[in-house]
Design a protein around this ligand. Structure first.
Ligand SMILES: Nc1ncnc2c1ncn2[C@@H]1O[C@H](COP(=O)(O)OP(=O)(O)OP(=O)(O)O)[C@@H](O)[C@H]1O
Ligand SMILES: [Mg+2]
Length: 217
């Protein structure tokens, strides 16, 4: 129905955290969602299997397998979330080619800004080849709502043509390392409520369009 891919220019910026919590948010809203984990060792799928076993997950080990499984899941009317290593050109391109919505995770730091150009060029090239698909957004992770530098980043990123999502994901101090599921008491405040805002801003409108036949699949 709708395929959402996470990517980044470098590792460790929150792709898996966003993928996991977007999946939880959609699942809890009653939407049939599958998380496709293309990372080596499938850590995100394992984490979800352990903590939220009722969410469907698939571990994939090649780009061909990812494409085949995404096709199957789309045909079955499921929302698919692809969590990939995503920091190398080929993986980013592959995820981008499969996605209706592409979220480029970024921290507000100079190094991420400098490195983002190549990833944004891949996304733009994909959009030019596929009539604007995927719709892409930059998502600031671990960035406070009132972070002044973020606004300056947004101005610098504007000419590159990929919008920055208004929803920023705050640093969540209570998240234990590598246990990134924000559920239970965490869900109504902090980063989890930011994830909900992100879902409402960038995913729900496309989900509505897809169910009304606006997105092919
Ligand atoms: N908003 C946040 N608040 C607190 N901790 C966070 C947040 N986002 C990510 N983290 C932590 O930062 C670390 C890296 O995040 P994550 O694994 O999601 O990044 P990644 O982009 O998937 O990394 P990789 O490139 O290795 O796959 C994790 O320990 C995670 O728990
Ligand atoms: Mg990851």
């Amino acid at each position: 129905m709708l395929t959402i891919a996470l990517g980044s220019s470098k590792g460790g910026v929150g792709k898996s955290t966003l993928a996991t919590n977007i999946a939880v948010e959609l699942h809890d809203a009653g939407i049939p969602v599958t998380l496709v984990d293309a990372e080596e060792g499938s850590p995100t799928a394992s984490l979800l299997e352990e903590h939220v076993p009722d969410i469907d997950t698939r571990a994939v080990s090649s780009q061909a397998e990812t494409a085949r499984i995404v096709d199957e899941l789309r045909a079955a009317g499921r929302v698919v979330i692809i969590d990939s290593p995503g920091k190398t050109g080929r993986q980013l391109t592959a995820a981008c080619m499969l996605a209706d919505v592409f979220l480029l995770a970024m921290k507000v730091c100079e190094r991420d800004l400098l490195q983002s150009g190549a990833a944004l060029a891949v996304i733009r090239s994909c959009q030019l080849q596929h009539e604007g698909r995927p719709q892409a957004f930059i998502v600031y992770n671990e960035t406070a709502r009132d972070d002044a530098e973020a606004s300056s980043f947004t101005r610098q990123l504007k000419p590159l043509g990929i919008p920055v999502a208004a929803a920023r994901i705050r640093p969540q101090r209570t998240v234990r390392r590598n246990t990134t599921i924000m559920r239970g008491p965490l869900r109504t405040s902090g980063a989890a409520s930011d994830i909900r805002s992100l879902v409402e801003e960038v995913i729900v409108p496309r989900l509505v369009a897809a169910t009304q036949g606006g997105v092919n699949g």
